[in-house]
Design a protein around this ligand. Structure first.
Ligand code: DGT
Ligand code: CA
Ligand code: CA
Length: 576
């Protein structure tokens, strides 16, 4: 909690300082944000145990920022931040949520039009005032309105990653109560949807009152919306809601089935039950008055003559038909993942060296790790040029030799994440690309092209024989930016023809490909890879989110190349 609060303050300070054009300092705050976000211990705990010296050991935190953290931990505020906020009372969270709005634009909007928040911004855009600002035009004004519209559409929904860890904490606290016999997530959270409206928790208990009392006094709760004998609803400090329901054991399976949803899946299932002369509801499956199932979830499906259907599949996208035909996919799990093929290292200004990334990969039980640093077109990311790629090759070769000598079963592969330029060409020459173990290509610029142009651009990249993988293929940023306009069917056709692999990015705000597209890719026989796009060793953990998304797209081991052995993977890369 504290880390997140501090990260938010520091990232706002970075923006304020950029607006004031203070040199160097903003970058220092940004490094601190990354350090805090990827820390696996709360700063408050570190400070308690090791004092200010402990704080200075946090990556990205020096003397000055350690003092600020100390000030926050002791007084609950940071004076220099409050001063900046007083000077510029701007709702940065709202404004930066709009695609295309950064510190430069915010400065201009504030100094010229006194725009403080989303409402002001929308009003000014509608009044056609933005187009008069230097550097703005009719087009950017229109883009801003589109961005605001997109934001409004997703308002009230949260990223899976914003909700899952916090809710799991509450679940594991409740789990400790002796009154709690069983506990499970339900709703969209259990189905692993990319965004979540509210969290749902289901409990079996003989003593609901005790459970509810403990639930509504969990740490990190802002308010209680309501509490009854068997349910309660709260709002967390992060701003999302949690519904808790308590059911008796004999209805646990049916309640879990019902409250896991989706609604569409449930409606279809209920119809099927009716067709068999059965009644299905949250209390059980009934034949006349007789209850024939209810205790377990698989029992519910069994009563309707179906095998168990994994929660991630329950979207009424053909899973019930597939279950009936005994053709349900054997979904992958995190255990099936043998490696990660998209990680950035300190060569790109990332937090960890290749060797450190490799250590974490080993600890995760991986067999291979692909380093895929940005290339030269992306100057702000310290993109590597041909020569630097060669130098990096030497470092990787040396590490691999060392691993062989030490009997370590991990191979580092050298790749890169090259840029697909506007015309579909790649920003690194073919000779350099040929020297790599694999090549990822991705779009990082010019994202508002027409459908025809964007499709042609991606296809040209896929047709480059050196390109193996397309990173985050549709470019969406959840709650912020829609997908590119592309003809996805055409992209799939060419991917199949050229043996190009499409990435499933585990980055929680991307999850790109999304579930529906993963299913389409699978059906088209296109191979995929689940990557974290890590910029630090701790982000390798994000693999989980990609796996959940892949499961929602019906992915099996045969579809996902990093579920394969190193040999099989390398053979595929070589021959495709
Ligand atoms: P969310 O919260 O918007 O991300 O999505 P869910 O699926 O978690 O929806 P929520 O929290 O409103 O309800 C949880 C589950 O309860 C939902 O997935 C299915 C079930 N449910 C809720 N309302 C209805 C309903 O009117 N009919 C049926 N069949 N099921 C419902
Ligand atoms: Ca829900
Ligand atoms: Ca709910």
């Amino acid at each position: 909690m504290v880390n997140r609060e501090l990260a938010k303050i520091f990232s706002e300070m970075a923006i304020f300082l950029r607006m004031k054009e203070v040199p160097f300092k903003p970058q220092a705050y940004e490094r601190a944000v990354l350090g805090l976000e990827t820390l696996n211990k709360e700063a408050s705990e570190i400070y308690q145990q090791k004092g200010i010296e402990g704080l200075k050991e946090i990556p990205g935190i020096g003397e000055n920022l350690a003092d600020k953290i100390k000030e926050y931990l002791e007084t609950g505020k940071i004076r220099s931040y409050q001063k900046l906020k007083q000077e510029m009372p701007i709702n940065l969270e709202e404004l930066t949520a709009v695609e295309g709005i950064g510190p430069k634009a915010i400065k201009l909007l504030w100094s010229k039009l006194k725009i403080k928040n989303l409402k002001d911004l929308e009003k000014a855009a509608r009044a056609k005032k933005l187009r008069l600002l230097p550097g703005f035009g009719e087009k950017s004004e229109k883009n801003i309105l589109t961005g605001i519209g997109f934001l409004k559409k997703s308002q009230g929904r949260f990223l899976l990653s914003e909700i899952l860890p916090e809710t799991q904490k509450i679940v594991s606290n409740l789990e400790k109560l002796k009154e709690v016999e069983e506990i499970s997530l339900a709703g969209s959270l259990r189905r692993g949807k990319d965004t979540i409206g509210d969290a749902d928790i289901l409990v079996i208990s003989q003593d609901p009152g005790k459970v509810i009392k403990s639930f509504i006094s969990s740490p990190g709760i802002l308010k209680v919306w309501g509490q009854g004998l068997k349910k309660a609803s709260i709002r967390t400090k992060q701003g999302f809601d949690i519904d808790l329901r308590i059911v008796p054991r004999k209805s646990y399976g049916s309640a879990l089935q019902y409250f896991t949803g989706s609604k569409e899946h449930n409606i279809f299932l209920r119809k099927m039950a009716m067709g068999k002369g059965l009644k299905l509801n949250e209390y059980g499956v009934f034949h006349g008055k007789k209850m024939i199932a209810g205790t377990t979830e698989s029992g519910i499906y069994q009563a309707i003559n179906l095998p168990f259907i994994e929660p991630e599949l329950r979207e009424n996208r053909g899973e019930i038909e597939a279950a009936r035909a005994k053709r349900l996919p054997r979904l992958i799990t995190l255990k099936n993942i043998f490696g990660d093929l998209h990680c950035h290292s300190s060569w790109n200004g990332g937090q960890n060296t290749i060797s450190e990334m490799a250590q974490t990969a080993r600890a995760r039980g991986y067999r291979y790790l692909g380093i895929a640093d940005h290339t030269k077109f992306l100057r702000i990311e310290n993109g590597l040029d041909e020569k630097q790629l060669l130098n990096q090759r030497r470092e990787i070769d040396k590490l691999n030799e060392k691993f062989i000598k030490q009997g370590i079963d991990l191979k580092i592969l050298q790749g890169c994440e090259a840029n697909i330029l506007e015309n579909g060409s790649i920003d690194i020459n073919n000779q350099a690309l040929e020297g790599l173990d694999f090549v990822i290509a991705g779009i990082h610029s010019q994202m508002k092209m027409t459908k025809a142009k964007m499709t042609a651009r991606i296809i040209r990249a896929m047709e480059n024989p050196n390109v193996d993988i397309i990173s985050h293929p549709t470019g969406r940023i959840l709650k912020k930016r829609d997908e590119f306009q592309i003809d996805f069917e055409r992209v799939l056709k060419v991917a199949k023809e050229t043996g190009t692999i499409l990435e499933i990015s585990s980055s929680p705000s991307r999850l790109d490909l999304k579930d529906l597209n993963i299913k389409l890719a699978k059906e088209a026989g296109v191979k995929m890879v689940i990557n974290t796009d890590s910029h630090s060793a701790s982000q390798l953990e994000l693999m989980d989110y990609g796996v959940i998304q892949a499961r929602r797209g019906w992915a099996e081991k045969k579809d996902i190349i990093n579920c394969w052995s190193l040999e099989k993977l390398l053979t595929f890369l070589k021959t495709n």
